[in-house]
Design a protein. Structure first.
Length: 214
């Protein structure tokens, strides 16, 4: 007997399992943070290299878990909450450790942490009104942060000549200063977008589309 599609009850959408590959990668990134910290604090060339490898792998899962969640329909409320927590935990831990070790001035660490935590809090306040899409500037900021952290993590003095160490140091500081500038500018841009959305909130919920701003 032929069933009329118009009279056939629609099947409810399949529930996304909590322990899917995207969420597992996010939890793995969180678990790698203390491993990275312990390796960094050993303060030997070998352990610093391993700390760099762990940080790089953890940073790589950030892009991968988001791509998998969207492409395979694995987006969950847990993932939405845990993913930014994992990102901030990794970056903030690295910045604090680098400053404690004297490799990065505290003012750089403080500026970046204030921006990251401030925007995260603002996102939670704005989530009912709009999801502001990640801008190219925000993605550039993330790339620059990961790049200069990796450059500072590598124990160059134990691997290359002093002349090359000096050249790498200059390059690193150019990236650091550029990162601070982009971090501040993108933070101000997010605040401005949020203010504009709040100003026209009487028109109803708004959405800029795309993934949340970073």
């Amino acid at each position: 007997m032929t069933t009329d599609p118009a009279t056939t009850p629609a099947r409810p959408p399949a529930e996304v399992p909590l322990w899917n590959v995207a969420n597992v990668l996010t939890m793995l990134r969180i678990a790698m943070v203390p491993v990275f910290a312990v390796l960094f604090l050993q303060d030997t060339t070998a352990t610093r290299l391993w700390a760099t490898v762990v940080f790089a792998l953890a940073a790589a899962t950030d892009k991968l878990d988001g791509s998998l969640a969207r492409s395979r329909g694995l987006v969950t409320n847990f993932g939405k909450l845990a993913d930014p927590i994992a990102d901030k935990a990794l970056v903030i831990t690295a910045l604090v450790l680098l400053s404690i070790d004297g490799l990065l001035p505290w003012w750089v660490t403080i500026v970046i942490i204030v921006r990251e935590l401030g925007i995260t809090v603002l996102r939670f306040f704005m989530v009912r009104r709009a999801v502001i899409a990640a801008s190219k500037g925000g993605k550039l900021k993330t790339t620059l942060q990961i790049t200069f952290i990796l450059l500072l993590l590598v124990p160059w003095s134990g691997l290359v000549s002093n002349g090359l160490v000096d050249a790498i140091s200059v390059i690193t500081w150019i990236v650091v200063l550029l990162t601070v500038a982009v971090t501040v500018i993108t933070g101000l841009d997010y605040v401005l977008q949020a203010w504009r959305i709040a100003a026209r909130s009487d028109d109803g919920p708004a959405s800029a589309g795309g993934e949340p701003a970073r």
